[in-house]
Design a binder for this molecule. Structure first.
Ligand code: AMP
Length: 284
């Protein structure tokens, strides 16, 4: 497995690979878990070469967020990539990736304005900028991302379309722990007690899905509002969970549900102690 720290040799290598076959790209911030591995596996199935990037991107963290304490177990990460037969890992060093006078930011101005975008100013601009750079370096045919970060998937889909990147996004299902908690690098911040409470989020989401699936009526926007209140009520029962948002919205625009909404997504974010957790479930 090749490991690159500098952008240009990495790009040269990807150019060389691209002449021989298809490239699947899995961008990550490391502290890899089975969720990441599922993306790597899907890429390996679909593409001739799988490239993984591991980079805790400072641009997407707010000043009061967990950038410096974000876990960075690089040896374990690389061992896992080796085990999965990844072709190459890009492990950029921050100073060469963002030179001191780096002065460009890309901003998606619609989907990024709600939910996590509203709570974390600059977050999606940081994501879109880093993903654009990483795509220009890794030159993939496909980018693999997790539904766990639903809004991020929509924003990147829009980036690919609006800036004409010749890349297709493959959105992979959320991998969960046995009790339903979505796997996340941040779960290691949870105390034992918080960890037990955290599975309540998926329980609440599943209950909403069940209520929708078992109802025989055609839902009006008012019915969706009622279901949304049930979701909020269930989440409020989780001790110490501070809801940031709990919304049933249109799954394409992330706006209010209308009679024309083809997809409906339930989006949840909140704080359990000092740990921010997000999750979602496609309801329709
Ligand atoms: P991160 O390292 O948290 O930036 O995540 C890198 C990629 O892995 C993103 O596309 C995430 O959506 C995806 N991912 C994170 N957690 C999961 C999970 N539990 N299941 C599937 N994909 C995930």
């Amino acid at each position: 497995m090749k490991i690159f720290k500098k952008p240009l040799p990495f790009q040269e290598y990807c150019l060389h690979l691209k002449k021989k076959g298809t490239i699947g790209f899995v961008p990550t911030m490391g502290c890899l878990h089975e969720g990441h591995v599922s993306l790597i596996k899907q890429s390996s199935k679909k593409c001739n070469y799988t490239i993984v990037s591991i980079f805790v991107n400072p641009l997407q963290f707010g000043p009061k967020e967990d950038f410096s304490r974000y876990p960075r177990p690089r040896k374990l990460d690389l061992d896992l990539c080796r085990k999965e037969k990844v072709e190459a890992v890009f492990l950029p060093d921050e100073k060469t990736f963002y030179p001191e006078d780096f002065s460009l930011l890309i901003e998606e101005t619609m989907l990024s304005t709600t939910h996590c975008g509203a709570l974390r100013p600059g977050h999606f601009s940081g994501v879109v900028t880093v993903v654009s750079k990483l795509l220009n370096l890794s030159l993939p045919d496909f980018i693999f991302m997790g539904q766990k970060d639903y809004q991020q998937c929509l924003v990147i889909k829009r980036l690919l379309r609006d800036l004409n990147f010749p890349v297709k996004i493959i959105i992979c299902p959320t991998l969960r722990e046995n009790d339903g908690l979505a796997k996340s690098s941040r779960n290691i911040y949870l105390s034992e007690d918080e960890r037990k409470k955290a599975c309540g989020i998926y329980k609440a989401l599943s209950l909403i899905l069940k209520k929708y699936k078992t109802s025989s009526k055609k839902f009006t926007p008012a019915d969706w509002k009622k279901l949304n209140s049930i979701l909020t009520g269930e989440l409020e029962k989780i001790p110490d969970f501070k809801i940031q948002y709990a919304d049933l919205v249109d799954g394409e625009s992330l706006k209010d549900i209308s009679l024309h909404s083809k997809k409906i997504i339930a989006l949840v974010a909140g704080m359990l102690g000092k740990t921010r957790l997000i999750d979602n479930l496609l309801i329709k």
